[in-house]
Design a protein around this ligand. Structure first.
Ligand code: CMP
Length: 138
């Protein structure tokens, strides 16, 4: 079983989309094996997105990600990383396929409702950023 990190970003939480996103995750057969709600500090958001620190959108992204509570989850299943990315849709909601979360709900390339790890190494880093072993249920 593969694991990936999923975040319902502050825009998704404030717009009341937690239930819609979870319904799609479970409907697609991905298993939620860990979950918590937290409000990142700007420093925590910068640490999480450190790989993007040279990008022009880094400041805006980390300010947004620390603007309100988010829901972080670990999803498990065969091919969980690719399946969760497919269900989220492209980063730019205008390019996201029909039926994806971003196509349905996102309104902005930055405020794009959800996040997902993009590879096994990033998944390991991102899961470890938020969860310890005792908080993940197989
Ligand atoms: P996410 O999948 O969380 O990974 C990095 C995030 O940076 C991305 O979703 C968007 O929220 C944000 N992002 C990526 N590209 C841009 C962009 N061109 N402008 C603003 N934000 C972006």
């Amino acid at each position: 079983m593969e694991r990936t990190l999923s975040i319902i970003k502050p825009d998704g939480v404030s717009r009341g989309l937690i239930g819609d996103v979870i319904k799609k995750i479970e409907g697609r057969g991905l298993k939620i094996v860990a979950m918590k709600m937290l409000h990142l500090t700007p420093a925590e958001a910068r640490g999480f997105y450190a790989v993007h620190r040279e990008r022009p959108f880094f400041e805006g992204l980390t300010t947004f990600m620390s603007s309100g509570p988010a829901v972080v989850m670990v999803l498990g299943g065969d091919n969980a990383i690719a399946r969760w990315r497919e269900l989220m849709g492209a980063t730019d909601y205008r390019k996201a396929a029909e039926g994806t979360i971003r196509r349905e709900f996102a309104t902005d390339i930055e405020k794009n409702v959800v996040h997902g790890s993009d590879a096994p190494e990033t998944a390991a880093f991102e899961i470890g950023y938020f969860f310890n072993r005792l908080e993940i249920f197989v």
